[in-house]
Write a protein that binds this ligand. Sequence first.
Ligand SMILES: C=C1C[C@]23C[C@@]1(O)CC[C@H]2[C@@]12CC[C@H](O)[C@@](C)(C(=O)O1)[C@H]2[C@@H]3C(=O)O
Ligand SMILES: O=C(O)CCC(=O)C(=O)O
Ligand SMILES: [Fe+2]
Length: 333
Amino acid sequence: MVVPSPTPLSTEKVRAVDLPIIDLSAQRSEVSKLIVKACDKFGFLKVINHGVPNHIIAKLEHEGLSFFAKPVPEKLRAGPANPFGYGCKTIGLNGDMGELEYLTLNTNPLSIAERSKTISDDPSKFSSIVSDYIEAVRGLGCELLDLMAEGLLVTDTSVFSRLIRDVDGDSVLRLNHYPPVQVDCKDMDTSHPHDNRNKVGFGEHSDPQILTLLRSNDVGGLQISIEDGVWIPVTPDPNAFCVNVGDMLQAMTNGRFVSVRHRALTNSCKSRMSVAFFGAPSLQTRIIAPPELVTPNRLSLYRPFTWAEYKKASYSLRLGDSRLELFRKCIED
Ligand SMILES: C=C1C[C@]23C[C@@]1(O)CC[C@H]2[C@@]12CC[C@H](O)[C@@](C)(C(=O)O1)[C@H]2[C@@H]3C(=O)O
Ligand SMILES: O=C(O)CCC(=O)C(=O)O
Ligand SMILES: [Fe+2]
């Protein structure tokens, strides 16, 4: 069944909240405490002075914009997204739709080299720009995961980062392009002070992986939800990376960090492009919380499972489904 892209409900609340912005050049022990605090409270943070070189970001953005500016038949050569490649409006394999087009890439170098042939007229240049970006952002992701482990007082401080550093890792890079969408006046609720005059570009979901690092141009659209029906807009900041906890990190922290639900709205006059790196482990990795995070006061919440099992479950479900619930232990266990 194909579900039309929804317009945000007028009953939804939008709340302005100062989301944490963490300066990674500050003192390490302070930074790790702030990161843990942000993950405890929001499952989301922004980082600045992150060390990913601007030229690496700029080159990838240029490639992304050039690709999305191509005529449709050329873009379709890089599709369909099953799940990797170019996709337009359909999200996943189970009927979800959104007001966007995207390019999803597996981060394996061979896979990138192969895909690049259908994406760019200069595949080796495209491939090298994408690989440089992935290496830099993966490095930032590992650093953040080490800081989380330190802040959580886990003895093995590489317990999370080693999962996304693994050469056989299953990380994904995704470029999302949200063209401007004019909203019909009849859809608007002008009586509401925070009426969302925008359409849903990418519907509400949590990210299945360990950690997501996302950047966008200076057009807003990303919103997070830490309370049902209340949306917190994330102010765009091209100098920052938005970082969110994924389902696997929720499981590995035994539910202490929550994989935050989020969505992206379109803008009625400006086009938005976001680039997301989803750090994931290798398929056979078993997802188990380190011993420090399982205590008599916080019993083990999830049964052991592999990333392959979780990924299979994710792809069989709808975008907005709460998949991690399927892996919760029964009370009697
Ligand atoms: C509907 C779906 C799209 C998605 C796979 C899924 O079945 C459920 C999770 C979705 C998601 C969200 C985060 C990332 O954008 C993504 C690439 C991922 O790994 O999980 C997408 C999947 C997708 O678009 O293929
Ligand atoms: O474009 C955005 O800001 C969010 C995209 C997103 O959530 C995703 O690609 O999973
Ligand atoms: Fe997401």
